[in-house]
Structures are given as C-alpha cells and as structure tokens.
Write a protein of this length. Structure first.
Length: 503
C-alpha cells in the first residue's frame, strides 16, 4: 500500500547554514507564536536510478530511507517549482510494486540500482501558531553524500529546508524566507539533495541538449511530436494514480501523435510511422474504455439532476451508480494491466527511438510555409467533404455515422493545425479554434448517440430486475432532442467556419 503526500518546500544555503551557529532565530516570523525544538533525527537514504539516470534526468527521485518518522520508500514526482507529490510505501528489501509501476514509463526494462547514499543529521524545528497548529517544519540538515554508481567520490554540505504544513498557506513560506535572507541565506541552486549530490560526487547524466528554434518543416512537426511523447510518459504515473483528467489527457496525446503521422506523411516516412500509429490507436482504445465511461456517467448524472421529481420512477440513481461502478472498476483493472504489459512498454521504446532518430523524408527540409500549409489544407478539404456528406443525408444511423467520421477528421485537422501554428501563425491558430468548435458540436452529437445506447442497456437491466424503465425512456427522448439540435446547428456552424478559414 502506498500513500501520497503533497510536499511544498524550499531549500536554502549560505554562510548561516554552513557555519557552526546552528539554526537561525525564526521566532520573529509573522504568525509564529512558538518555535519548538524537535531534536535531531539521523536519516540514511539510498537513492535508486537506472544506469543512464532516467529518473534524475526527469527530476524524479526514488529512495529507501531509514530513520525519522516516515522511514520507508519514497518516490517524489514534480508538480511545479517547489511542489512535489511524495508517494510513500513501507520499508522492504526491493522497490515496492506500487512505486515501481509509477516509474515504469521511464525505466521500462532497465534495472534500478543504488546510485547515491545520503546520510543526514536533521536538526528539526516546528513553527506553530498561537493555537499550537503547525505552520511549517524547518530543518538544518548536515549531509554526507557517497556515490554508489555512475561515479565516485563523496561530498558534504549543510542546508536549511522549510516544508509547509499540510494544507498550509504557501504565502507563509515567503515570510520565513524573508527572515532567512536577513540571516544571510539564499535559495539553493539545486532542486533536491540528490541533484546536489550528483553534481558534486561524479558525472551526472545530463538532460538532452536544448533544442534550437524550429526552422524546417520537419523541425516543426518533430517539436510537436516530442511534446506529445513527453506528455504520454509524464502522464503515465497520473493515470496509474487515477488523477482527474489524466486518462483523457494521455488519450489525447496518443491521438495527436497518430494524427500527426498521418497528416504529415510527406515529412515522416509512413512505412515507419504507420505500424507505430497502429499501436497508438490500440493504446487510445484501451484508454478510451475508461474515458468513455466517465463521459457517459457524467452526462447521465447531469441529465438526471435536471429532471423534476415527477419524472423519476424507481431506483434510477442507485441503478446508475452501480452500473457505472461496475464498468469503471473493470476498466481500471484492465488499464493498469495494459500499462504493465510488454506491448505498451515496446510502444514507448519505439516512440523514444522515433523522436530521437526520426525517419525524415525529403520534404522535411522544405519551407514550413509551403510544406506544412499544404498538409493542413489537404486535411481541411477532407473535413469539408465529410461535413457535406453528413448534411446531405437524412436523420438516422447514416447521418450519425457521417457526423462521427467528420468529428474524427476535424480532430485530426485540429492537431495538424496545432503543429503548424508556430510556423503559420494566425491562420493556423484560427483553424485550431474553428476545428475545436466543430469538434465540440459533433462531439455532443456523438455523445448523445452513445448515451442512448447506454440508456437502452440501463432500461433492460431495470426491466430484468422488475424496476420501472419509464425514466430511462424520458432521458432517451431528451437525448434525441439534443442530437436533433446539434444536427440543426451544423449547417450554420459549417458556413461560418468556411468563411473564416484562411490557411
């Protein structure tokens, strides 16, 4: 079992920390009623990483620590500057399974091995208010670092760490910092103890060299693809933790990559990208099982909330909750199994190789104003054809299908325009906005189609259990009306988009 703690902290260094004077006096910090001496804790932490330091390169830290009140395994995931999520698990001889899964997208098949050992004497103070509530924990850490892998040597330093209390006001850290600066301290140049240890005890695997501004058509497309690959890898732990919107965001990144492969087939060799695109489609489908269920449940819950009591017949809300829970639980288990599987890890390896050594074609060296613009215009033309087909068909299953196909093509065109925006400027940005609005209209229509299918299923379950299916029929009729409104709005929306499109 792993627990999560949001950690908001700042580190400081300078003469006041390096000298023998000990902890600066913090009793005058506004809001602090007392400074409580909590004694000295002896901490012994071994940090783990791959031989090429994939975790450190991504600013992730994985350690096994003894001593202190929270001995165990700790994985720290960056959230923003000075903010990290710390995943904690009990002590064991090997990396706990729950934590190993959270770094698998980085580590893949590489071995995790000891990298650095840090032994710290932590002199701890608690800053509390007049009610005795903890405001922050301040520690003076005297650290000794020993390199265990990928280098040699030792180092020692002293630093002061200020960690905000749970649910504390981050503005309080500014007050503490003002006092520390007056004592001669400044923010640490290193983001973590591990980063400082790596910089002082041996060679550290550096981050990739900064990329230059895109110039060619290939540069622009690759910059977009790299951003999507980074998003997939970074979102993997969030999906495993079931964080809000993580599944949807990861699914969008996979679709963006696949759409870019297809839109820019004159820039990237499709003999290489098509097989990877097929695997991205598979992954998007697996992610979609969970996401589609979320959308359906939210839509049905909102629709039920809008119904007057007189139209509620039977245990409809209970039926919906049990139906949603059963389908969500099964899909979650399936999704984690997918992320732990060899097929997914092989896909990540293939994507890594592709963005590192891309299969560029001759057109990749061309002027983005010509090459990229041509690809975007081609995609827009396909959207136009599909929308016209939908408008020409009578209401019913054929029109539903045509609108769904137009929606998928609108998304692909939107992604192509996103990749093109840095090169083409306002025209591409305008197309992104137009395709997003079209996608929203067509998406609402498709959601109505899917919701009606779900309502038929719920009604059948209710009937089999001897419950009334009246309310499901009412909701079905309302969904039919929503679909009809979307179909009625399409001609005007499309006319406006055609008039505004300038790519």
């Amino acid at each position: 079992m792993a627990d999560t703690k949001r950690e908001i902290e700042r580190k400081y260094e300078g003469p006041a920390a390096e000298g023998d004077t000990g902890m600066p006096d913090l009793s005058g910090v506004p809001g602090v009623a007392r400074v409580i001496d909590k004694g000295v804790a002896e901490l012994d932490a071994t940090y783990y990483d791959t031989p090429d330091q994939r975790l450190a390169t991504a600013s992730l830290t994985l350690r096994r620590r003894t001593g202190g009140h929270d001995a165990g395994w700790h994985l720290k995931l960056p959230v923003s500057e000075g903010v990290r999520d710390e995943i904690q698990a009990p002590l064991s001889d090997t990396v706990p399974r729950a934590i190993a899964g959270l770094v698998r997208s980085r580590v893949r098949d590489a071995e995790l091995a000891p990298l650095v050992r840090l032994r710290s004497a932590r002199d701890i103070r608690h800053l509390v208010d007049d009610s005795g509530a903890l405001l922050a924990e301040v520690s003076l850490d005297r650290v000794r670092a020993e390199r265990l892998g990928g280098g040699e040597g030792t180092a020692a330093w002293t630093e002061i760490e200020v960690e905000l209390a749970d649910d504390g006001d981050p503005a309080f850290l500014d007050k503490v910092e003002k006092k520390l600066r007056k004592a001669g301290l400044s923010r640490s140049a290193s983001s973590s103890k591990l980063a400082k240890a790596l910089s002082t005890t041996g060679k550290r695997a550096g981050k990739p060299a900064p990329r230059t501004d895109p110039e060619t058509a290939g540069d622009h497309v690759l910059a977009y693809l790299r951003a999507q690959y980074d998003a997939i890898v970074e979102l993997d732990p969030a999906v495993r933790r079931d964080l809000p919107d993580s599944v949807h965001s990861m699914r969008v990144a996979t679709r963006r990559m696949r759409g870019t492969f297809r839109s820019y087939g004159k820039i990237l060799d499709r003999a290489v990208t098509d097989p990877i695109g097929d695997e991205l489609k598979w992954l998007a489908g697996e992610l979609g099982v969970d996401r589609d269920q979320e959308v359906l449940t939210e839509r049905l819950t909102e629709s039920l909330a809008q119904l007057p009591r007189t139209l509620l017949s039977g245990p409809v809300r209970t039926r919906l909750r049990s139906w949603a829970h059963a389908r969500h639980g099964g899909s979650r288990r399936r999704l984690i199994a997918v992320l732990d599987g060899k097929r997914y890890l092989a896909l990540l390896t293939a994507l890594d190789a592709l963005v590192t050594d891309p299969p560029l074609l001759k057109a990749a060296a061309g002027d983005p104003g010509k090459v990229i613009a041509k690809a975007v215009r081609k995609d827009f033309g396909k959207v136009s054809d599909l929308v016209e087909q939908a408008l020409d068909r009578p209401p019913g299953a054929d029109r539903d299908h045509a609108m769904h196909e137009a929606r998928k093509k609108a998304k692909r065109t939107r992604y192509a325009a996103e990749a093109a925006a840095p090169a083409l400027g306002a025209p591409a940005a305008g197309l992104v906005k137009s395709m997003k609005s079209l996608q929203s209209l067509l998406g609402d229509h498709q959601d109505s189609v899917m919701t009606r299918e779900a309502l038929r299923e719920l009604a059948a379950l209710a009937h089999a259990a001897g419950e009334s299916s009246f309310t499901y029929g009412v909701l079905y009729g309302r969904e039919e009306q929503r679909a009809a409104e979307a179909e009625a709005a399409l001609p005007g929306a499309w006319e406006k988009i055609e008039a505004q499109t300038a790519v």
